[in-house]
Design a protein around this ligand. Structure first.
Ligand code: GDP
Length: 326
């Protein structure tokens, strides 16, 4: 067996670990702030804290939510979240929004977006980490999931705004990916790209109250589209349901579908999470190796190699080989 070097210095328990595990919201908020910090000293502390609380994490259901702006994400999360929290669940809402300009972890936006959930004692809402690239936002959100789980939150909702890559990232950190759509607009009109549909385990036709006939039609169309997209032999057949986040109709039904997914996928979820974890580890490793490679590179040499490849003097493979070994 390979002897692994254990990351050293923080053998001391982090002071936030115990209160966080005991469920203190204050400790949870502070721990997430620590994990969001880019100061190297904070990063070391945050990683030590994460390692300490890790044995207490992993017990939740992680649900990703997406849909174009205006589809009703906040209204839906508010309705679902309040219902679940009233039923005794501890609900954490996190967001992935790399375009976020909210500063200093302000929750102004979410206070107005989800007024009841924000003040519910059973809920914890945290906006997207501000600034940084998608990789940074993704990492902080993954870490926030771990911290929320360790603090006893058994339902984690990760919301993403409909901007390209963030959906893929959220699908890669959640057990189930839920896509909200509208009743009376075609896929193209809704800006749903095929790639996003492929990520969906569950589609919710929201605002069904505005046009029940259109909602039925959209549900049927989505069901056939999802059927075509699902590989044969898949354990779970993604499906479409309908709801009205505004009136609350159908919101419980959405949660029943989530529960059904959970029970059908019971034997698969642990493997799914392992694959996600290793995928993320691979991403981090590639990024770190790339950064350290660039740091050790002579910029002029890199540029000259690029030009040689463009001029056809070297094949791309020869170019890489000459940089690595030449
Ligand atoms: P988000 O941008 O996806 O977070 O969308 P919001 O939750 O902010 O909703 C956008 C608008 O649609 C708001 O005015 C909501 O009140 C409204 N809305 C959301 N869900 C429903 C619904 O089920 N029915 C109707 N009629 N309006 C809704």
């Amino acid at each position: 067996m390979l002897a692994l070097k254990t990351p050293s210095p923080e053998l001391q328990p982090h002071p936030l670990a115990d209160p966080l595990i005991a469920g203190s919201r204050r400790a949870l908020a502070q721990a997430i702030t620590l994990a969001e910090s880019t100061l190297p000293a904070h990063e070391t502390q945050a990683q030590a804290l994460l390692a300490q609380v890790l044995p207490h994490a992993g017990q939740s259901i992680r649900v990703g939510l997406s849909g174009v702006p205006g589809v009703g994400k906040s209204t839906f999360i508010e309705a679902l979240g309040v219902w679940l929290a009233d039923a005794g669940h501890k609900v954490a809402v996190l967001a992935v929004d790399p375009s976020s300009v909210r500063t200093g972890g302000s929750i102004m936006g979410d206070k107005t977006r989800m007024p009841l959930l924000t003040v519910h004692p059973g809920a914890f809402i945290r906006p997207s980490p501000s600034g940084g690239n998608l990789g940074g936002v993704t990492r902080r959100t993954r870490e926030a999931i771990t911290l929320c789980e360790a603090a006893g939150y058994d339902i984690i909702l990760v919301e993403t705004v409909g901007v390209g890559q963030s959906e893929t990232q959220v699908a890669a950190m959640t057990d189930l990916f839920l896509l909200l759509t509208l009743p009376n607009a075609g896929d193209e009109l809704q800006g749903i790209k095929r790639g996003i549909m492929e990520l969906a385990d569950l589609c919710v036709v929201n605002k069904a109250d505005t046009d029940p006939h259109a909602a039925n039609r959209a549900q049927a169309e989505l069901n056939s589209a999802l059927h075509l997209l699902t590989p044969r032999g898949a354990v779970w057949q993604p499906k479409a349901v309908q709801a009205s986040a505004l009136t609350g109709a159908g919101v419980h039904g959405v949660w029943e579908a989530v529960q059904e997914y959970r029970s059908v996928m019971q034997g698969e979820l642990a493997a799914k999470r392992r694959t996600q974890l290793l995928g993320w580890f691979g991403d981090l490793l590639r990024e770190a190796v790339w950064r350290s490679f660039l740091a050790g590179q002579d910029v002029g040499r890199l540029q000259a190699t690029r030009e040689a490849v463009l001029a056809g003097e070297l094949t791309p493979v020869q170019g890489v080989s000459s940089l690595l070994h030449g």
